[in-house]
Write a protein that binds this ligand. Structure first.
Ligand SMILES: [Zn+2]
Length: 78
C-alpha cells in the first residue's frame, strides 16, 4: 500500500506538470534511497512555523537537497 505522503507527492507532480524541485527545478525521483539528494520530498511553501497549513495548497515538490538546506536556513533565522 502506498504511503499517504507518496500519494501526495504523486498529486503534486500531476498538479505542477512533472517531478521537479520547486526551488532548483532539477528532476526529483521516487525510486531512489531516502538519503539521495534528488529524492522527492514534500515542501511546505509557507513553513508551519510561520503559520503555513498542512494542505495541498501549501505543498510543493522539492528535492531532498533543497528541502534540507532550507530547513537549516530556517533554524538559523529562528
Ligand atoms: Zn532542489
Amino acid at each position: 500500500m502506498a504511503s499517504p505522503s507518496k500519494k501526495i507527492r504523486a498529486k503534486l507532480a500531476k498538479r505542477d506538470g512533472g517531478w521537479f524541485c520547486c526551488w532548483c527545478k532539477q528532476k526529483v525521483r521516487e525510486d531512489v534511497p531516502a538519503s539521495c539528494k534528488s529524492k522527492a520530498t514534500i515542501e511546505h511553501v509557507i513553513p508551519r512555523s510561520e503559520g503555513g497549513v498542512s494542505a495541498m495548497s501549501n505543498y510543493a515538490l522539492a528535492c531532498l537537497g533543497c528541502n534540507s538546506s532550507r530547513a537549516h536556513a530556517q533554524r538559523r533565522a529562528a
